[in-house]
Design a protein around this ligand. Structure first.
Ligand code: ADP
Length: 784
C-alpha cells in the first residue's frame, strides 16, 4: 500500500481549511443534497464530501457510509487532492497503491473510486467530492464532466461558509465597536461632507443636549457658536481635501446655548475605495480642566504679584544702601546687608524661574520676535552680566569678530538666554577665570558660543543637563545658588525662537555651550520696501538707495540704541512715513526715483511730518545746502563719508528733550515702600509725584503736566491699565511705563511705552524706560 504524500503547501492548505469553519459541524442539507444527486446519477452505493484534515479525512456529507472519518494515511482522497483532475481508481484490487488497503480488503470493500478535488476560496485543495463503488467500473467523458460540475457546486457552498465566517467576525467586531461608542463619555458623531449629522452617540446626547432623533440629519454647524463663524466650513473643506486635522481645542454650544470647552478630533471617513465620504467628530468636554488651569494661572499670578512687590522693595532698598547712595555704612553691617541683598536677589530669581517654567508648561510664553543685529545683542549681554562675573572674579570677553548679520528674536528672552549661559559659565569657572563669547557664521545659521575653563560637565550627567531641576551635584544649590531650572528654560526659549542649543565639555578643562539661530535674510528689496531693525529706542527712517551704505547706517544707529527702518526709494520713504511714526529721518539726496530736495519738500508739506527732524547724509551735501537756501528748518547736513560720532551727536541732539528741566513723573502705586525705592533708584533728575489710587491719578492727570507716568497694574480701586486712555487724552506727550508684578498680555504691553517687571528691575533699566529723549518729536506726532 502507498500512503498519500503531503502536498507542498500543506501548512497553507490546513489554514485554508480552518478558515472554512466547517470541520466537525453537523450535516447540512445543502451538502447532502449534492451527494444524493451524485449517488443517484452515478448509481453508486457511497458518495462523500470529504475534507482532508492533517491526520484524518472528515466527511461533511456521507451517503451510504456509517463512519464519519477515517485516517488520512489510508485515504483515497489524500491522493485525490494532490492533483487538479478527477482522481480515478477503476479497480482497487489490481492497483498496487490500494490492493492491500484495509478499506479495500475490509469494509466497505472499495473497488472503484473517483474523486473530484475541491478548491477553497484560499486556493488550496481541501477535500473531494467522491463516488465509491464495490465493483470495478469506468467513467465516460460526459460522466467526468458531471462529477466536476457537482464538485463546483460543493465549492460554491464551501465559499459561502468562508464568507459567512468572515461576516460573523465583522458583525462581532462591529458589535464591540458600537458598544464602545455607546458607552463612551466622549461625544462621538459622524457627518457627511456637507456637514449633515449621520450618527450621534449617547455621549453626544449628554454633552450637547440633543437626542439622537433631534440631531440626525441636522447640520453639525448647529454646535458651533455664532462667533466661531467658519470653523465648521473650514474643517469640512480640509476633510474633503483629505487633509489630516490635528486635535484642537475649541468652544462648542449645547442645545440650551451654553458654551463648553471642547477638545475636538475630526477625521475623514473613507469608503472601500478610499474615497472620503464624510467625517467623524469626537468631542471631549475639557471645561473642568480649563477651569483648573485658569485657577492655577490666577493663583500663580496673584502669588507672583504679592511676592514680587515686597521683594522689589527689599532688594531695591538693600541695593541702594550697598551702592552707597545713602551714605557710609559700617563694615560689619555692610557685610550683613550684602548677604541679605544677595539672597533677596536669589529669591527673586527663583520666583522668576518658577513662573517661567509654569508659563512654558502652559504654552503661555509670549515672544515679541523682532529683527535684530546680532552684535548689539551680544554687547548688551556682556555688559548686563559683567557685574555678576565680577562678583565671582570672572571676566567675560568677546573673541573674534562678530559677523554683521541679523537674527529674528525676542531681545529680552535672548538676554535671558545669555544671562543663564554666562552665569553658569561664571559659576563653574575657577576664580579669576575667563569666559569667552564668540559668534560665528555657520552657513545660514549664527552660532554663538559661551566657553568656560571650569570643571566641565560629568559624563554621566550630560544626558540630563537640560531637564528641569537637574543639577550635577545637588550640593551646588547652596554653594553656588541655582535651581537646576536655568538650562531647561534656556532650551525652551531658544527653541521657541527657532534656534537650537547644545554643548560640548571635557571634564576638568571646561565647557562650551552654543546657541544656533537662523540668520535673518533680508527679503528681496526690489520695490525699496522699508525693512526693520528693531530696538527699544526712538525709531529712525534711513532713506538710502546704496545697500552697503544703508547697512552701515543701520548698524551705527542700532548700536546706538535706535530702532531703524530703511527705505531705498523716495516712494518707499513716503509710504513708511505714512504708516509709522519716526523720531527722525536720514536722507540721501540722490535717490533712484526722486530728487532728495523734492522729497524734503513733500515731507514738509504733510502736517504730520512738517517738523520731523531730517539729517541729510549725502555726498552732494554742499550743492543741496545751496539749493535749499535755508527754506526749511529742522534739517542738519552731514557729508559722506559718514562720521559716526558726528551723526549720532546730531541725531541725539535733534531727537532729545528740550534741556535740563526736571522731568516730571507721576507714579501710580499703592505700595508706598516701593514708591520710595523707585524714587531713590531714579535719582534726583526727576520730580516724582505719588498717587496711590486711580481716582487721585485721574485728577492729577487733568490738572498737571507730566513727562512720564509709571503705573502699577493692580491697584486698590481698579486696574492701572484703565488709566492709559486718560494719560493719552490729557498728556499726549507722556511716556507710559508699566511696572508690574504680574505678567501682562501682549495687547496690554502694546498700549504702553515700556513694561518693567518688579523684582527684575534695576536702576539702569528704570532710567532707560522713563528716559524722555524721544519727547521733542513725539510732541508733534501721534501715538499709534
Ligand atoms: P542651575 O540653576 O543649577 O545653574 P542650570 O539648569 O542652569 O541650573 O544648570 C544645571 C546644571 O548643569 C548645573 O547645576 C551644573 O551642574 C551643570 N552646568 C551648567 N552649566 C555648566 C557649566 N558651564 N559648567 C559645568 N557645569 C554646568
Amino acid at each position: 500500500m502507498l500512503p498519500p504524500s503531503f502536498p507542498e503547501n500543506e501548512t497553507q492548505r490546513a489554514a485554508d481549511l480552518r478558515r472554512l469553519n466547517i470541520l466537525d459541524t453537523t450535516a447540512e442539507e445543502r451538502f447532502d443534497r449534492i451527494a444524493r444527486i451524485a449517488q443517484g446519477y452515478f448509481k453508486v452505493p457511497i458518495t462523500l464530501v470529504s475534507l482532508v484534515d492533517t491526520t484524518r479525512q472528515w466527511f461533511k456529507s456521507k451517503q451510504g457510509l456509517e463512519a464519519s472519518e477515517t485516517p488520512r494515511n489510508i485515504s483515497f482522497c489524500g491522493h485525490a487532492i494532490l492533483g487538479d483532475d478527477v482522481f480515478l481508481v477503476p479497480d482497487a484490487l489490481s492497483d498496487p497503491r490500494f490492493a492491500d488497503n484495509p478499506l479495500v480488503t475490509g469494509d466497505p470493500s472499495i473497488r472503484f473510486y473517483a474523486g473530484a478535488p475541491l478548491t477553497s476560496p484560499g486556493g488550496s485543495r481541501v477535500g473531494t467530492l467522491c463516488i465509491i463503488d464495490k465493483r470495478s467500473r469506468t467513467l465516460s467523458e460526459a460522466d467526468l464532466a458531471v462529477l466536476r460540475d457537482l464538485a463546483d457546486w460543493v465549492e460554491d457552498e464551501l465559499a459561502r461558509n468562508e464568507r459567512e465566517a468572515k461576516e460573523s467576525l465583522i458583525v462581532q467586531s462591529m458589535g464591540r465597536l458600537s458598544a464602545i461608542v455607546e458607552s463612551s463619555d466622549d461625544a462621538i458623531m459622524s457627518k457627511t461632507l456637507d456637514g449633515i449629522i449621520t450618527s450621534w452617540n449617547p455621549g453626544a446626547e449628554r454633552l450637547f443636549g440633543y437626542t439622537e432623533d433631534e440631531a440626525i440629519n441636522q447640520p453639525m454647524a448647529m454646535l458651533i457658536p455664532p462667533d466661531r463663524g467658519n470653523e465648521e466650513s473650514m474643517t469640512l473643506a480640509r476633510i474633503a481635501a483629505g487633509v489630516h486635522i490635528d486635535p484642537f481645542e475649541t468652544v462648542w454650544m449645547t442645545k440650551s446655548g451654553k458654551l463648553i470647552d471642547i477638545s475636538a478630533t475630526i477625521s475623514p471617513l473613507k469608503d472601500r475605495a478610499g474615497k472620503v465620504i464624510g467625517a467623524s467628530n469626537i468631542a471631549r468636554d475639557i471645561s473642568e480642566r480649563k477651569r483648573a488651569e485658569q485657577m492655577k494661572v490666577e493663583f500663580i499670578s496673584t502669588v507672583s504679584h504679592e511676592l514680587r512687590t515686597p521683594l522689589t522693595s527689599i532688594s531695591g532698598a538693600l541695593g541702594l544702601i550697598i551702592g552707597g547712595a545713602l551714605g557710609e555704612v559700617p563694615l560689619p553691617a555692610r557685610e550683613m546687608i550684602a548677604i541679605a541683598h544677595k539672597n533677596s536677589q536669589r529669591l527673586a530669581h527663583l520666583i522668576n524661574d518658577l513662573l517661567d517654567i509654569e508659563k512654558i508648561a502652559a504654552g503661555k510664553l509670549h515672544f515679541d520676535m523682532q529683527i535684530q543685529a546680532i552684535r548689539p545683542l551680544i554687547e548688551q549681554a556682556l555688559e548686563a552680566n559683567q557685574a555678576y562675573g565680577a562678583q565671582r572674579r570672572v571676566t567675560f570677553t568677546a573673541t573674534g569678530v562678530v559677523p554683521d548679520v541679523n537674527v529674528q528674536v525676542d531681545s529680552q528672552r535672548m538676554m535671558q538666554v545669555f544671562s543663564n549661559l554666562l552665569s553658569n559659565a561664571a559659576k563653574y569657572s575657577p576664580e579669576g577665570g575667563v569666559v569667552e563669547v564668540e559668534a560665528e557664521l555657520n552657513g545660514n545659521r549664527m552660532c554663538i558660543s559661551v566657553r568656560d575653563h571650569g570643571l566641565g560637565i560629568p559624563a554621566e550627567f550630560r544626558s540630563r543637563i537640560f531637564q528641569k531641576f537637574a543639577q550635577a551635584d545637588s550640593s551646588d544649590t547652596r554653594q553656588k545658588g541655582g535651581t537646576g531650572l536655568g538650562l531647561a528654560i534656556t532650551r525652551e526659549l531658544v527653541e521657541h525662537m527657532n534656534g537650537s542649543i547644545g554643548f560640548e565639555s571635557v571634564e576638568g578643562e571646561g565647557s562650551r555651550f552654543f546657541v544656533e539661530l537662523p540668520v535673518w535674510q533680508m527679503p528681496a528689496e526690489s520695490e525699496g520696501i522699508a525693512s526693520t531693525v528693531a530696538n527699544d529706542g526712538p525709531r529712525i527712517l534711513v532713506v538710502e538707495d546704496e545697500p552697503d551704505v544703508a547697512r552701515l547706517l543701520t548698524l551705527m544707529l542700532t548700536q546706538a540704541g535706535y530702532a531703524v527702518d530703511t527705505a531705498a526709494t523716495g516712494a518707499a520713504a513716503l509710504r513708511a512715513l505714512l504708516h509709522s511714526h519716526y523720531a527722525a529721518i536720514t536722507l540721501d539726496l540722490k535717490l533712484p526715483d526722486t530728487n532728495g530736495l523734492a522729497l524734503i519738500r513733500q515731507i514738509r508739506e504733510q502736517p504730520e511730518t512738517a517738523e520731523l527732524p531730517i539729517v541729510v547724509v549725502s555726498a552732494a551735501m554742499e550743492e543741496g545746502r545751496l539749493a535749499i537756501k535755508g527754506d526749511f528748518s529742522g534739517i542738519e547736513w552731514m557729508g559722506k563719508p559718514i562720521d559716526q560720532p558726528g551723526l549720532l551727536g546730531v541725531l541725539d541732539r535733534m531727537v532729545s528733550a528740550e534741556g535740563s528741566r526736571l522731568v516730571r513723573v507721576l507714579h501710580v502705586e499703592d505700595d508706598s515702600d516701593l514708591h520710595q525705592v523707585i524714587r531713590a533708584m531714579a535719582g534726583d533728575r526727576f520730580d516724582f509725584v505719588l498717587t496711590t489710587t486711580l481716582k487721585e491719578a485721574r485728577v492729577r492727570l487733568v490738572q498737571e503736566q507730566f513727562d512720564v507716568v509709571i503705573l502699577d497694574i493692580v491697584l486698590s480701586d481698579g486696574s492701572g491699565l484703565s488709566l492709559v486712555e486718560a494719560v493719552r487724552t490729557h498728556q499726549p506727550t507722556a511716556r507710559v511705563v508699566m511696572l508690574t508684578g504680574t505678567d501682562i498680555t501682549a495687547d496690554a504691553a502694546r498700549q504702553v511705552d515700556a513694561v518693567l517687571v518688579k523684582s527684575k528691575i534695576s536702576p539702569d533699566q528704570l532710567l532707560a524706560a522713563i528716559h524722555t529723549s524721544i519727547q521733542s518729536f513725539a510732541a508733534h506726532g501721534h501715538h499709534s
